[in-house]
Design a protein around this ligand. Structure first.
Ligand SMILES: Cc1ncc(COP(=O)(O)O)c(C=O)c1O
Length: 404
């Protein structure tokens, strides 16, 4: 008989709420219903042909079947440095200021191991992409949540900076790490460069590392371009940034991201990772290198698709009276639960949308208690399907309110 044991590191983890909605979605589909899935942020846009072709070519070369370099092959790191120079005007030393990670999620998790230990604290956004909250916790540290409030767009980023400074100045022990991530998942909050500069200026006078998860670096609309924290004066002295190919190049499954910036932090992560992994499969690194060097327009192409979908969803919801600020970036819409259903909370409301409207969304509470008043739509279906989702929502919700 198996003796019962406690697995303490994961004991505090709540059940992944998205699985509840997934369960309902699969059940509805088994019953023949056409559920439109706007839940999980799993990109549906194909990766660039260049990446696929280079991967297949490189995979045929047995030299690429061996262990690769944990920090990433030199040409890949050079390609990232070239991208930062081209896109942000930021110079990076590919040898000391760039390291390849197995997606931003792996990079972030192990970075927290490097920066934090029991007794330490990090400031993290609330609501947050789950690993921002749980990464510090896995490292045995305390994660103190700082609200991304109801301010709209860039004002939300500015308000987050104010709240971070306040939480740090009044908190004890002093947090060693501040996590930020703009454009922000799930709230779609954004930030402008002067506000990032204000945070960097503040951090330069403190013992604190700024960790910027820049997953939506290229996914922005209406001509706006998100700033990198490394564009700030002194940025490389206090900050590291995670740049991922998942959304920008629609290469989610490839697990290709980079930690860039402050060199002692990059080196520390490289040291830890040299114990943990042998890097990404080399053909993937080669394919990513060629993609970064040759597919300069792909991020714009991907972003334009999300922008059309943003328009279809937001305009549609606006027309049916479900109103909230128009997202300027990311691949999401963060919608407050309509007044009449707010008492249900986000899980019950999301269940209701599957049952009554054949539309799956993510309940906001899945991003922490700060998200419970909202649901998140992910723009992972095409415009026609999004249009259908809006019609389903109009019909389902007006049936429930008795006005149909
Ligand atoms: C804020 C944020 N960080 C990281 C990730 C995951 O990125 P990657 O696929 O590079 O691990 C996501 C994906 O949804 C995200 O929203």
């Amino acid at each position: 008989m198996v003796r019962e044991m406690e697995f303490r590191r994961i004991l505090g983890l709540p059940p992944y709420v998205f699985t509840i909605i997934d369960g309902l979605k699969y059940e509805a589909r088994r019953n023949g219903r056409d559920v439109i899935d706007l839940g999980f942020g799993n990109p549906d846009i194909p990766s660039p042909d260049t990446a696929v072709e280079k991967l297949s070519e490189a995979a045929h070369n047995p030299r690429n079947h061996r262990y690769s370099a944990s920090r990433g092959i030199p040409k890949l790191r050079q390609a990232v440095a070239a991208l930062y120079l081209r896109r942000f005007g930021v110079e990076l030393d590919p040898d000391t200021e760039v390291i390849n990670t197995i997606g931003a999620k792996e990079g972030f998790s192990h970075l927290m191991w490097v920066l934090l230990q029991p007794g330490d604290a990090a400031l993290v956004p609330s609501p947050s992409y789950p690993i921002h909250l749980w990464g510090p916790y896995f490292a045995g540290a305390d994660a103190r949540q700082v609200a991304i409030g109801d301010e709209v767009g860039h004002a939300a980023g500015a308000a987050y900076v104010d709240r971070v400074v306040e939480a740090w100045e009044y908190g004890w022990p002093k947090p060693r790490v501040v996590v930020l991530s703009f454009p922000h998942n799930p709230t779609t909050a954004t930030i402008e460069l002067p506000e990032l500069q204000r945070l960097v200026d503040w951090a330069l006078e403190r013992d604190v590392i700024l960790v910027h998860d820049f997953a939506y670096a290229e996914t922005a609309f209406d001509g706006w371009k998100p700033p990198s924290i490394l564009q700030c004066r002194g940025g490389k002295e206090v900050a590291v940034e995670l740049y991922s190919m998942t959304k920008s190049f629609s290469m989610a499954g490839w697990r290709m991201a980079f930690l860039v910036g402050r060199s002692d932090v990059v080196e520390a992560l490289a040291k830890l990772k040299s114990y943990l992994d042998y890097g990404t499969f080399q053909p993937i690194q080669i394919a990513a290198t060629v993609t970064l060097n040759e597919e300069l327009d792909y991020p714009r192409h991907v972003s334009a698709i999300y922008e059309s979908r943003r328009n279809a969803l937001w305009d549609g919801l606006d027309r049916i009276g479900w109103q909230f600020p128009r997202p300027l970036a990311t691949m999401f819409a963060w919608a407050p639960i309509p007044e009449a259903y707010r008492h249900l909370g986000s899980i019950e409301f999301a269940k209701l949308l599957v049952r009554e409207c054949d539309v799956a969304v993510s309940p906001g509470v899945g991003f922490g208690p700060g998200g419970d008043g909202h649901v998140r739509f992910a723009l992972i279906e095409n415009e026609q399907r999004i249009g259908q989702a809006v019609r389903n929502l109009r019909k389902g919700l007006s049936r429930l309110s008795g006005s149909d």
